[in-house]
Design a protein around this ligand. Sequence first.
Ligand SMILES: Nc1ncnc2c1ncn2[C@@H]1O[C@H](COP(=O)(O)OP(=O)(O)OP(=O)(O)O)[C@@H](O)[C@H]1O
Length: 245
Amino acid sequence: MSSLLEVKEITKRYKNGRGVQDVSFDVAKGDIYGFIGPNGAGKTTLLKIITGLIRPDHGSIRLFGHNITDRFEQAMERVGCIIETADAYDYMSSYDNLKLSARFYPDLPKNRIDQVLEQVGLAPYKKERVGGYSLGMKQRLALASALLSNPQLVILDEPTNGLDIEGMVDVRHTIQQLAHEQGITFLISSHMIHDLSMIVNRIGIMNHGSIIRVGNVDELLTGGLTLEQYVISQLQTSKEADAYA
Ligand SMILES: Nc1ncnc2c1ncn2[C@@H]1O[C@H](COP(=O)(O)OP(=O)(O)OP(=O)(O)O)[C@@H](O)[C@H]1O
């Protein structure tokens, strides 16, 4: 399987000494890759580096074979992401919110907004004001915005954070459908292991700025462990489980 994303030896140290150290992993076409770790492990920092929002001190990122340092536009061409995006405008409909986002992509086909609304299950509500949406629906609207440019890889930072159970199921279901029916590859960060464990096929576990384990879920889970039990055992083994929330 070919890698859509290659993260190689990434290090970024903030002035306060925190950050990420020597992180390497890759995401293959067709993966729903779970990037798991407690609060403060370095997940957001790494996703920002992958999408060019922060420059690393060391290491390289390749997306679709293009190094983001010297071929940023080509590298990001087929990537959609939700990382600390601004909220949608509550007083507007989801359709009109997406029309605003679509201004960044002048070549989109006319029916693209309707297509993405259909893909995330918001088509029946497209004329309703976003202010009346549940948090899960708002998250699916953010996902619709990330899908506008027809990406092959979608990167999501904590997509179910703050959602109630119904909202989580909703977002999870949408991600699974997009992966299986549209062939979209996902890289999803979360500290909610149980939630992620339902959908991922590969994981990278981060703690205190470092990757402590990567692999296929099927191969990692031996001896009847659930993914949640496995991750917790790995965090304990790395003797840094204290910070886990
Ligand atoms: N701009 C910054 N300046 C200094 N330190 C930072 C900055 N951003 C993050 N950090 C620190 O770097 C470490 C990694 O943070 P990061 O936000 O990447 O973790 P995370 O795994 O995404 O956690 P969370 O789930 O809480 O968002 C933390 O110790 C955090 O306090």
